[in-house]
Design a protein around this ligand. Sequence first.
Ligand SMILES: [Zn+2]
Ligand SMILES: [Zn+2]
Ligand SMILES: [Zn+2]
Length: 331
Amino acid sequence: MPKVLYKMRIKVSFYRLKVKILNLFLFFQIGMIAIIFAQPNTISNFNKSPKLIILGTVQDGGCPHIGCTKACCQITDSTKKVVSLGLIDFEAGKKYLFEATPEIGNQLKYLQGYSSKNIGFQLDGIFLTHAHIGHYAGLMFLGKEALNASKIPVFAMPRMKSYLEENGPWSQLVKLENIVLQSITDQNQLELTPKLKIIPFKVPHRDEFSETVGYKIIGPNKTVLFIPDIDKWQKWESDLIQELSVVDMAFIDGTFFSGVELNNRDMSTIPHPSVQETMKICEKLPASEKNKVHFIHFNHTNPLLNPKSSEYKEVIKKGFHVARFGEEIEL
Ligand SMILES: [Zn+2]
Ligand SMILES: [Zn+2]
Ligand SMILES: [Zn+2]
């Protein structure tokens, strides 16, 4: 073969190889783009820790509170919403809610803000603590008159489950399969996603229609305790100090700061531990343990709803925290 021809042949095969590599590269790029747009758990969500988001911090009645003419309810503040937590596992592409409050519409909208724009409405389950209005009444918005949801899993304890099944309007949500009730039981761990585990546990409370539970929300790096409502720590079969020692953070009942809010009523007759009582119980703990405590579920009268109050400053000074709307916790 003449030398010139041989050289040309080499050039052509080299050119072909270059085209092949380029094609392969383009194919890979298109594939990646397709994956990113097709799935809710986008590439950027891999290895991202699950997140807990505070969607509300106020007691059942909300703020402004119906009928209240006092200074606490003079201004409408969009960050003062009834107690609720949002839970997102980015990798699994799942979103959950703790509590279905009467403000569920706004709270879900806020949670939806964590999704990419091309993803429509998504809710993969709701965990309920008990049948008091602030904690479950929002379920009504899942029915025909509003969302007309399809088979949203609602996790409920045995009494709570039968209460919803046997009483309208909740029974209609079950019958029309707007919701699908999922049984949970005291102390039994639920594997929600490969990265999230949930443990419900019973707490003493005014249980007219259902039992009351708190939750342990367990992520790959952090465990969070959630007890929005409890009668008194002394009535609980578990010990607050001990329970704090096995978690990383705790969002606990801070309904009333003290008896002052209730015209100096004797706090021992009020079925909630006041913030003062809880701080007293935790008084001798090291700073690292106090640092875990975040008060939540504030009555409209509670001065902790005002970051400028002396009570708020006192809580912070003593080494505890006040839960804030929009706060994010990486699990
Ligand atoms: Zn409550
Ligand atoms: Zn008020
Ligand atoms: Zn309650």
